[in-house]
Design a binder for this molecule. Structure first.
Ligand code: SF4
Length: 246
């Protein structure tokens, strides 16, 4: 009779060491959300992002949390995983194991490349009872996916295209693109009157709590810029725009 003994197996009175594959955690728990996320380092998005270049990027300015060695290690191993052929299998397993109905990609980071976008769609297909909120600024990858390759996404895959220009409405051609492929989009503002995200307005202790609007295809969020460094740099950007118009 076989018997499990710690990490050993007794087979016919012989102790055999089990080779259990070691699985490192790849998930994060963003403080404002009550679900898990998969995050990547800013190296995947910073070179093409105006938020980073103008010093408005929230992840860049949230130095305390992002500078923990354990956080840096997690992001590094997540990037390695995202580029590997084990990504879909391992992440599907880890999300399934959590038994939650909501999951967020990229509370930090973005799609690594086109293959990574397709892999994430496969993960959504593997877990149809989970709703995935996937913010991205990669309009180039989405145009390739929907327009050029005519590919589809499952209904639980809620991609939200971030406006490439900070503190601006979405450009019309991207609005039209989103409408055509039933994708929602997000913008940012310093004007509280047009903001429709309760947590960025500081409500509910800046937590999402029961709000799940970002997991809906029909919701186009406008987030308030709320980190002090981000606010300061946003004001400088607005002042420069006004000055350029003179
Ligand atoms: S709109 Fe709701 S779900 Fe989205 S970030 Fe704000 S509080 Fe969270």
């Amino acid at each position: 009779m076989n018997q499990i003994l710690d990490k050993f197996l007794i087979i016919d009175n012989e102790i055999v060491k089990l080779k259990i594959p070691k699985r490192l955690n790849h998930l994060s728990s963003p403080s404002k959300l009550s679900c898990f996320s998969f995050d990547l380092p800013l190296s995947v998005c910073q070179n093409r992002c105006l938020y980073f270049k103008k010093g408005i990027c929230y992840s860049k300015n949230n130095n305390l949390h992002e500078s923990y060695p354990s956080r840096k290690k997690l992001l590094k191993r997540n990037l390695k995983l995202a580029k590997s052929n084990q990504f879909v299998k391992i992440l599907t397993e880890q999300i399934r194991f959590k038994k939650q109905r909501l999951f967020r990609f990229f509370s930090k980071g973005d799609f690594v490349n086109f293959e990574n976008l397709k892999d994430i769609v496969k993960i959504c297909e593997n877990l149809p009872s989970v709703n995935f909120w996937i913010p991205t600024s990669r309009d180039d990858l989405l145009i390739e996916y929907f327009e050029k390759q005519n590919l589809k996404i499952p209904t639980n895959c809620i991609i939200k295209l971030s406006c490439p220009i900070p503190l601006s409405d979405m450009p019309k051609f991207l609005k039209d693109f989103c409408k055509k492929y039933n994708i929602s989009y997000s913008c940012t503002s310093l004007n509280k009157k047009i903001v429709n995200c309760p947590s960025s307005l500081g409500k509910n202790n800046s937590q999402c709590l029961d709000c799940e609007k970002c997991f809906s295809k029909d919701f186009n969020p406008v987030y308030l810029i709320h980190n002090p460094i981000s606010i300061s740099n946003s004001k400088k950007l607005v002042a420069k725009r006004i000055n350029d118009l003179k």
